[in-house]
Design a protein around this ligand. Structure first.
Ligand code: DLL
Length: 433
């Protein structure tokens, strides 16, 4: 049984008719209701009725993360603020967070699409869903929560942290579906073993993992360790949250992007030109049904390709391939989005530090670790060790407070970080993603 069988198996021509109808309405709405879009159309000498077919989409302007920041916090709303029933924001509390608003209908659609995603994973109302995605401004927790409820399953709103307790709850409640980042699932596994809980004590059958990049090798590892099916779920706050695309359990080969609500394109990240169907490039998404904050041609910066080959599950919505990278330098550390420039600003605000730094990212026991190595000036370096330690602690606290990640700070001697002749090699990512 499929949650929304009619919409999920629409013949391509009918699906495209629906997309065009929704797209035309969207373009009218943003042109008239969002000053940012009105301005962009004006600059390009475009009127909304320029759009006659789906292939005309390429003439319309892109939206970028920076546009959302420039209109912080509520400038991208297409409805009066009173019609917005919920706000989420992506990580980064430095005032640069990207804000997303939802109307009542938006949150209902989201729950419906997450329920659809759960069903694609083979979940039913008989399941017990252990939801370890973080609750709060991050979309993971509440997104999965309302989706599981809409499905009629039993949801355990565990959120992140207190890992030992989580494993016990999973065993005691007989959870059958696990929702968390793939890296956290491995941490749960290690914790279970360390607490004397055997995997055979758990009733898990499927995991719905996303919010960060992972590999096929990691999938195999998780599947073997837990004896479950591990499925990939994709989404981003700006577009909705989790449930933009979801792998089906039948094929387990790529994520169906819910095309009745999201219009995908793949572009060349350098030129911005659309690429032929099937080629690898940057995913661009237009929201077709969002009321509060519709986005036109949003540049996700995620690298993937669209797969038009019909899927054995019967769904007609194209699949995106597992995300293999990003076209910008955003890092995802334990599910938290971090731009190196944010760390750089914190370092630069601290007296005695040089602009020479390196970020080392590793994965230990399935958990990401971040080490910030920074050169200090001569005076500080020859200071007492306890002064250095105090400074390290201060930077660590700032990074935790502003970015939400715990980093190990290591002060190193002046001129000890290798200088490069071209672009600085600031990021050393050893996670082999
Ligand atoms: O991570 C939403 C989400 C929550 C998705 C729970 C899945 C599960 P943001 O915090 O806005 O939203 O981060 C979005 O995370 O642009 C990708 O770079 C990355 N990402 C999300 N899902 C995947 C995935 C949520 N399955 C950014 N594989 C996106 C690889 C992913 N990267």
């Amino acid at each position: 049984m499929v949650f929304d069988v009619q919409k999920e198996t629409l013949p391509r021509d009918e699906l495209e008719d629906l997309q065009l109808k929704r797209l035309k309405y969207l373009v009218q709405r943003i042109y008239h209701n969002v000053p940012f879009y009105y301005q962009r159309f004006k600059e390009l000498g475009l009127m909304p009725d320029r759009l006659k077919s789906l292939s005309d989409l390429k003439y319309l302007p892109f939206t970028e993360k920076q546009d959302l920041r420039n209109n912080y916090p509520f400038g991208m709303f297409a409805v009066p603020r009173e019609s917005v029933v919920r706000v989420h924001a992506s990580s980064g509390t430095t005032g640069k967070a990207t804000v997303v608003g939802y109307t009542q209908r938006d949150v209902e659609n989201w729950a419906g699409l997450m329920a659809r995603s759960f069903e694609a994973a083979g979940a039913t109302r008989a399941d017990i869903v252990h939801n370890a995605y973080g609750y709060g401004l991050f979309t993971g927790g509440l997104g999965a929560h309302y989706g599981a409820e809409a499905l009629g399953a039993t949801i355990l709103p565990v959120s992140g942290g207190a890992t030992k307790r989580q494993v016990m709850l999973m065993r005691d409640f007989g959870s059958t579906v696990l929702c968390c980042t793939p890296s956290y699932s491995l941490h749960l596994y290690e914790t279970a073993l360390a607490s004397g809980i055997s995997i055979t004590d758990l009733k898990l059958k499927v995991g719905i993992f996303g919010a960060e990049p992972w590999t096929e090798e990691m999938r195999n590892d998780i599947q073997n360790k837990f004896g479950i099916k591990a499925l990939d779920i994709y989404g981003l706050s700006e577009i909705m949250g989790p449930g933009v695309a979801m792998e089906c359990i039948a094929a387990q080969a790529g994520l169906h992007i819910w095309e009745d609500h999201f219009l995908p394109e793949i572009i060349d990240p350098e030129s911005g030109e659309p690429l032929p169907l099937g080629e690898k490039g940057e995913l661009v998404v237009t929201t077709l049904t969002k009321e509060a904050q519709p986005l036109l041609r949003y540049r996700t910066r995620d690298i993937t390709r669209l797969n038009p080959v019909p899927c054995i599950c019967g769904r007609t919505h194209y699949r995106i391939e597992r995300i293999t990278g990003r076209s910008d330098d955003m890092l995802i550390i334990r599910g938290v989005n971090v731009f190196p420039s944010q760390i750089e600003s914190i370092l630069m605000e601290t007296e005695g530090l040089s602009p020479h730094y390196q970020l080392l990212i590793n994965r230990e026991s399935g958990m990401d670790t971040l080490e910030v190595r920074v050169e200090v000036d001569e005076n500080i370096f020859s200071d007492e060790i306890k002064h250095l330690q105090r400074l390290e602690k201060k930077i660590q606290n700032h990074i935790k407070e502003f970015l939400g990640v715990t980093a190990k700070i290591t002060m190193v001697e002046p001129k000890s970080i290798a200088r490069s002749e071209g672009k600085a090699q600031r990021i050393v990512d050893c996670r082999k993603l």
